[in-house]
Design a protein around this ligand. Sequence first.
Ligand code: PHE
Length: 451
Amino acid sequence: MVNKKSIHGEWSSRFAYILAATGSAVGLGNIWKFPYITGENGGGAFVLVYLACVLAIGIPIMIAETMMGRRGRQSPINTLATLSTEAGANKYWHYLGWMGVTAGVLILSYYSVIAGWANAYVFKAIFGGFSADAVEVKATFDEFIASPMQLVFWHTLFMIATMSVVMRGVNGGLEKAVQLLMPTLLALLVLLVGYAMTTGEAYFQGLSFLFSPDFSEIDSDAVLTAMGHAFFTLGLGMGAIMVYGSYLPSNVSIAKTSLYIAGADTIVALLAGIAIFPLVFANGLEPGSGPGLIFQTLPIAFGNMTGGWLFGILFFVLLVFAALTSSISLIEPVVAWLVENKGFTRSKASVVSGLVTWALGVSVALSFNVWSDFTIFNKTIFNFLDYLTANLMLPIGGFCIAVFSTWVMHDKHVREELALPEQQYILWRYLASYVAPAAVFLVFLHVLGVV
Ligand code: PHE
């Protein structure tokens, strides 16, 4: 018999869940990562592959993962143990939960470093204002990431903020904060798109970079990155949405809410792209400049526009909050597990997991400066962790979730949870049992050079 309610609590309403899950999905992935990896991978064709992955792989897996969470009602590790017992399957499935928990910690270790950059930029905006000159803006950024002390300081601050929210439980103050922040962030992005339109010729160059696909620009690794990003940006494959699903009241439609969340996430990413690329072209910057891209472009817009001082501050504040609502979902699976299995209080669980993540994050911060020559498989610590988690662990996790929910769980139980009309259920089942796993598998084979 499965539990009716999680011991950690429940969202107060369907709306509260949508906000929290959107908060988990929308974050640095949309505003920081999507533009820079699109720039590195040649634009339009990459965007198209990413969108196709969201539709054919991401959404069906989001439905599957949320459904498993709500049925298991525990941390991903225990949820998988419970569900595999219920299905009469091998207990080893709970290792999938372990992989997810590990991925969450690894992702947060670099996520919090980048969120720290955004946080530092709030202060740069307040005290210096931004220069309207592209060269100066780039110099400011280069100088900033060259300083290990500064990066570690901001990373530490962000980790403290994350852990203090997690300590209070995910459905405390968080629900209310997200309600206000998300719409404001959206409004600011629209404002930035408005500014991008004033760049004339460059605006159209930006749009064409993003939306006219040239498939000669992408290779198998770009396809893997696009697919990995679909998982990353939706927050799939590591148990974040599973643990949020475990706090979901039983009467809420999982499929419908998943569509809203994926829709909102995609809109935010595209808006960020439309705001940023015109600035890249208008200022003669390289689209493929890497992780610093938004920090080297958006300040120029704020430096130029009327009221830019205030908008600049607001934007980076909101970016920090968007990162915060994602980072708590990254660490929640391991916190929930420590509470369930080790008898830790929420506070102790938060401190312990936070410290481990923080320590790893310090090495990431150093990989941008003093340790930039240290490489693992030819990648800096930051690049290695990003590749390992987003391109490998999340897609593998997602693949297993798709397989578990359709090939292992009993059809009757899945139907019960999803409560979908027959046609829609069949469509989901087809996508989750065949299309999504086959697509992930093919992309891996392609990268390995087998097909
Ligand atoms: N989706 C978040 C973002 O785009 C990051 C994230 C990844 C959150 C994995 C949860 C799980 O910023």
